[in-house]
Design a protein around this ligand. Structure first.
Ligand code: M6R
Length: 594
């Protein structure tokens, strides 16, 4: 949600912090700020985006500093609530990502002891606690502070009298970049790509003292060694590369994402994953846990595993599973998360693990929290996804779930091989849709005029209807609902009028005839009807107002092609309405609070 950055070294810190914050802007963007330490502490913060703050910055020669990009949890976006936060002396600055649950109690205690607070945030207690405990040893003061905190945090401390940065993490990610006589910190590696490719991922409850010459990591008061790693992503992968928006670039990367997944999975060896673990699950069942778009991936995953692998599967919204009485000790629990940091999903996986489940993480981010919790991890390797709306990461998750279903398949090897053969054709078929993307624009221009739309389908494409509706609402702000077409008559029909367009995803499978019957019933209520259909489907022309064609494909794989169409529909509709596509209002890329 929020993002934190820091720099200490021989260069001017300010431009580095600004650049890094720009890269983290997808995590939150309601306010931002930096603190710089030369001979004295300098604080610059405000509501709005970093590019706006940057215009008001004057040059500063300080060689160390910290920065923050905020997604409000405690207190509305305002200059006072923006980070960094200071102590009473103005010598200690702190940026924080996470939630301090006991902040109210700490604040009351500190106020009684004479501290003054200027913001509504939970974070502000941290610099005041450090001030309270500081008597010349900053490390000790931070240790004592951490002992008082209940909640989750990744925070960085800058102190006027100490030529170091101190950071600590608990349940919120933090990575340290290693340069030549300089060091960096960030909530995630995309902020570091321009500066270094060498990183250290901090682990749970790590505390680090950082100088320009190196890093000392401590856990439970003992010095610990953390392996230095190479960032697997290129600088270009986190740039727009000529596209108008990151979202469009990421949509267009999908043929490559599918190609890479195929290369990795086709041997059925699955990058070292212990397949037996999954095969064992056949007798027990699989529990899929996720949120948002990733949850919709699991809804398709459930159908695939049940259909191909003949495994009983439960797909649960992580935030609901966390408060349910569901007993699951005999399952393989699979958590699916692009970021690997979604708080509800991490919590759900921990819960399943504590119940005795075997655990698997499917994630796009190396060393992310769910991969630390899970017994095994399947990396989707879609590359950095910057647009808040998930696109290529969803496709990569679907590929992982297809692989999981096929590799634990009860289907004969020969059939399995022929399905894999068909999968090899998918990148080209997706490319064909992208090559004809302009044909989707007139449908988006039509949709852009409405305030309510429905996405409907049945069977394997029902999760894609849900995902289409989510994409549409989050970036175009049109109220969109995804529906199982058979369910629409049980209430939703009351809303159908010429002002409620319906987007129907069809596929020539066992749901086709009954879906067409449903669509005819809707058409009889005069809805504008846009369908997504196979290039070979002649029947649909007879009553749909618009037909968006996809290449002929085995219906089992049609969700992968239909996904690309609903993404483009949402993208062009949002563009038509002039929306902030990469950073939709009120949303953050990774949701690290419950
Ligand atoms: O990082 P995750 O996959 O765990 O994120 C879960 C959701 O927050 C995410 O899929 C969200 O729904 C998408 N950004 C929507 O496009």
């Amino acid at each position: 949600m929020c993002g934190i950055v820091g720099y200490i070294g021989y260069r001017e810190a300010q431009p580095i912090l600004v650049d890094s914050l720009e890269k983290l802007e997808y995590r939150g963007y309601d306010s931002c700020g930096i603190a710089l330490c030369g001979s004295t502490m300098i604080l610059r913060k405000d509501v709005g985006r970093i590019t706006e703050l940057e215009k008001r910055l004057s040059r500063c020669e300080a060689h160390r500093g910290i920065g923050h990009i905020r997604w409000a949890t405690h207190g509305k976006p305002s200059q006072a609530n923006a980070h960094p936060h200071l102590d009473c002396t103005g010598k200690i600055a702190v940026v924080h990502n996470g939630v301090i649950i006991n902040f109210q109690q700490l604040r009351e205690q500190l106020t009684a002891e004479g501290h003054h607070f200027y913001s509504d945030t939970d974070t502000e207690v941290i610099p005041h606690l450090i001030e309270k405990y500081y008597s010349g040893d900053l490390e000790q003061a931070v240790y004592h502070t951490i002992a008082d905190l209940v909640g989750s945090f990744a925070f960085a401390v800058l102190h006027e009298e100490n030529d170091v940065l101190i950071v600590a993490r608990k349940e919120s990610p933090l990575v340290i970049g290693i340069g030549d006589k300089e060091s960096f910190i960030a909530s995630d590696v995309s902020a570091l790509l321009n500066h270094t490719s060498r990183v250290i991922y901090l682990e749970e409850n790590d505390f680090a003292v950082i100088t320009g010459n190196g890093v000392r990591v401590v856990n439970q008061r003992h010095k610990v060694w953390r392996k230095e790693r190479e960032i697997p992503w290129s600088v270009e992968s986190a740039q727009k590369g000529g596209y108008e928006h990151f979202m469009l670039k990421e949509i267009y990367e999908q043929p490559t994402v599918v190609q890479n997944a195929l290369r990795e999975y086709l041997s059925l060896s699955g990058n070292g994953l212990n397949i037996d673990m999954i095969k064992n699950a056949r007798t027990r069942g699989v529990l899929l846990l996720a949120c948002g778009t990733s949850y919709y991936a699991t809804l398709l995953g459930k159908q695939l595993l049940e259909k191909i692998a003949k495994v009983p599967v439960w797909a649960e919204v992580a935030s609901e599973f966390n408060y349910s009485e569901m007993v699951s000790e005999r399952f393989l629990a699979v958590a699916v998360s692009q970021s690997g940091e979604t708080s509800d999903t991490v919590k759900a996986l921990k819960k399943a693990k504590s119940m005795g489940c075997m655990t698997l993480a499917i994630t796009n981010v190396l060393e992310s929290s769910i991969s630390r919790v899970a017994d095994q991890t399947l990396y989707t390797r879609a590359g950095p996804e910057i647009g808040v709306a998930a696109t290529k990461s969803f496709t990569a998750q679907l590929m992982a779930l297809y692989w999981l279903a096929l590799s634990s398949s009860a289907v004969e090897m020969q059939i399995c091989q022929s399905l894999l053969q068909e999968m090899r054709l998918l990148p080209d078929k997706i490319q064909q849709i992208l090559d004809n993307a302009e044909r989707i624009i007139p449908c988006s221009q039509l949709l852009a005029q409405f305030e309510h739309v429905f996405f409907v389908s049945r069977g394997l494409n029902f999760p894609i209807a849900l995902e289409g509706a989510l994409k549409m609402k989050e970036i175009s702000y049109i109220h969109a609902e995804g529906y199982a077409a058979g369910e629409t008559k049980h209430g939703t029909f009351a809303l159908l009028t010429p002002k409620t367009p319906v987007i129907a995803i069809t596929s020539p499978d066992n749901t086709y005839d009954v879906l067409l019957t449903n669509l005819r019933e809707m058409k009889a209520r005069d809805v504008p009807l846009i369908t997504i259909a196979s290039e070979n489907d002649q029947e649909i022309d007879k009553f749909a107002d618009e037909v968006i064609r996809i290449p002929d494909v085995n219906p089992l794989f049609s969700p992968l092609l239909n996904t690309v169409v609903v993404q483009l529909l949402a993208y062009y509709t949002a563009r038509e309405r002039g929306c902030s596509i990469d950073m939709p209002r009120n949303l953050a890329k990774s949701v690290t609070v419950e």
